[in-house]
Design a protein. Structure first.
Length: 308
């Protein structure tokens, strides 16, 4: 804590860039150094699903999920109110993970207005997927928007790319935001984060409506085989850039969490506890609607059952 005021760190970045991975690293690091974090998670659909993924690191009463609102416009008042109600703590720090399509410049423009004086001015950290940087097609402008008012840029997905690619991306980032420090998760000094100050970089104009995407969610039944997860992810159109789901496989007592990132890679891991809202399939991106998700689930289960 600096000058007895609590730091607010907002983590932004494109869908699948690694924001949650960074946030888990920050939580582990701050807690190990006797800081007392409070976490706010924002997502289009069912932020409670993400909140439970942190339950092994932090008590759930220190996590606030915000679902279904754009915290860079319609949800900014709710976000500000949540921050102002956070209990004062010794060595407190507030960490916010914005959803992957947030208009990061607008978020920082309005977030600091109306906060209690016990907080420092909010600072922003951008997570940049070096492998997929500016390979987003029509969404490249949104991705560049998300690094222009950040005080720190954290590079991810660097272990499978060439040094030339990394150099090219870093050079592009410095042109867009010459004031930001650039690092990796491995080289991040978390104790320096509360010392960061808001950037003086001037952002390019951005059409805020490009940050408003379709999203949808449906109930997800128990799946007959784990391969059914891959079938569901294959059946959902590529225009839908992010898929997340949580359910049981066969007669397993525990839940399984999975996600498909914008590059098409599917990741599966155990889920901590029981999802508060029940088993769900969630999507973000053009074409997200319940009928598409339901059809993908039903067809995938039928295909698997025919093979059994």
């Amino acid at each position: 804590m600096v000058n007895n005021k609590e730091a607010i760190i907002t983590v932004v970045g494109f869908l699948g860039a690694g924001k949650t991975t960074l946030l888990k690293h920050l939580l582990t690091s701050f807690i190990s150094k006797n800081w007392d974090p409070f976490v706010i998670l924002n997502d289009y659909e069912n932020a409670y699903l993400d909140a439970q993924q942190f339950s092994e690191q932090i008590e759930l009463n220190s996590i606030k999920p915000l679902s279904g609102s754009c915290i860079c416009c319609s949800g900014i008042v709710e976000l500000r109110n949540v921050i102002n109600r956070i209990p004062a703590r010794k060595n407190g720090i507030t960490l916010i993970e914005a959803n992957g399509t947030s208009d990061a410049c607008t978020l920082m423009e309005f977030l600091g207005v109306g906060l209690n004086e016990r907080f420092l001015p909010p600072i922003q950290i951008s997570v940049v997927d070096v492998k997929n940087w500016q390979h987003r097609g029509e969404h490249n402008e949104l991705e560049t928007n998300q690094i222009q008012v950040s005080s720190l840029i954290v590079l991810t997905h660097i272990h499978t790319i060439s040094s030339d690619r990394k150099t090219t991306v870093v050079e592009e980032l410095k042109i867009l935001n010459p004031f930001a420090k650039i690092t990796t998760i491995e080289n991040l000094n978390v104790l320096s984060l509360p010392e960061l100050v808001p950037t003086n970089n001037r952002a390019q104009q951005f059409n805020h409506q490009k940050a408003h995407w379709a999203s949808s969610s449906v109930d997800l039944p128990n799946l007959p085989e784990i391969d059914c997860i891959y079938k569901i992810c294959e059946a959902i159109p590529k225009s839908i850039l992010r898929i997340k789901g949580c359910t049981k496989i066969k007669n397993d007592k525990n839940y399984t969490y999975f996600e498909r990132k914008p590059d098409g890679d599917v990741y599966i891991r155990p889920f901590n506890g029981i999802p508060i809202t029940g088993a769900k399939l969630l999507t973000i991106g053009p074409g997200s609607n319940p009928s598409t998700l339901t059809e993908a689930i039903e067809n995938s289960i039928q295909n698997i059952n025919h093979l059994l």
